[in-house]
Design a binder for this molecule. Sequence first.
Ligand SMILES: Nc1ncnc2c1ncn2[C@@H]1O[C@H](COP(=O)(O)OP(=O)(O)OP(=O)(O)O)[C@@H](O)[C@H]1O
Length: 366
Amino acid sequence: MDSEAVEIDGSVMEGGGQILRVSAALSCITGSSIKITKIRAGRSTPGLRPQHLTGLQLVSDLCSGSLQGASIGSTDISLTPGKTRAGNYTADTQTAGSVCLLLQVALPCALYADAASQLCLKGGTNAEMAPQIDYTVKVFKPIVEKFGVHFDCDIRMRSVGFYPKGGGEVKATVNPIKELTPVTMTERGNITKIYGRAYVAGVLPFKLAKDMSAAAVRTIRKEIKELYINIQPQQEKEKACGNGNGIIIIAESSTGCIFAGSALGKKGVYADKVGIEAAEMLLKNIRHNGCVDEFLQDQLIIFMALAKGTSRIRTGAVTLHTQTAIHIAEQLTQAKFTITKCEDELSRNITYIIECQGSGAVNPNL
Ligand SMILES: Nc1ncnc2c1ncn2[C@@H]1O[C@H](COP(=O)(O)OP(=O)(O)OP(=O)(O)O)[C@@H](O)[C@H]1O
């Protein structure tokens, strides 16, 4: 093990898988070796789960790295990165572990390769506790494009929920970049559009999709009366596996902000409830007048840290995931973050500006 390795405590703050993703991606990009200890120490099943292990192996492959100690359940790993090379990479969680979280760790790395890369990611596309693939494509993608990040996502097979285990497949093509551009998103503007999809897959009846959609529209209508809300009920057909249902609702603002609320069906939970959960999540995320929702916040931190120059993003309450990503980014790069609370005297609305002096990482391979 490299004696210069940066030591990362995997149990700090949020203490979850996100620490691994941010550290591994930044290790690959900056060329610093890392040693992560106490991985997911506070979780009921500590150590690496299949999704985390697959993500680390993918990063190690991308940067011709040496990954030590990584197996299911490991709480300590080390990664010594080499040169990041473009290519065709395949990663399979072999479970419902999220392909979107595989993309979350691999995308920043592939940006710093010498040419475009194809990532074939297998696992769950619409899984719990992770972005649904629709979120990655419709919310995350257009916003990271503001940093200069360009990738395409071909959803070859959806895998909805936890059963059967995995089976989803997404092919992402990632274009490399010389350096990332900083982003300013401080003006929320007005909400101009609300739309989404409510879907069922497998043996579940189409009626559930209609019930989720109707309940979501009713819930949003209580607060937002003037906009047409189009949540399309859909029956996933040949390009889906698993018996599940879910919903994602997206709101766009006049200044180009995008927010979402989403939910997945569970055994014994009425479809109406799933629709209401997603609608309430969306409403919560647009009430605060920030420019990103509670999930995009933490997902943008790595790009802010790498960009050349100052990024500013207005948010609602800063999540622990975001604070954790900032903590790791500051450990592994020269980026400096500040968080400023802003209180609007008239509306009593509280927002925060996350400002980052980015480290200006330059792609040495282009
Ligand atoms: N509904 C959602 N919509 C969009 N993104 C989401 C949603 N739920 C979670 N996420 C994102 O998924 C990621 C989850 O990270 P987290 O570390 O909690 O998960 P994990 O890797 O499964 O680890 P652990 O099991 O240790 O919690 C975060 O980036 C979070 O923003």
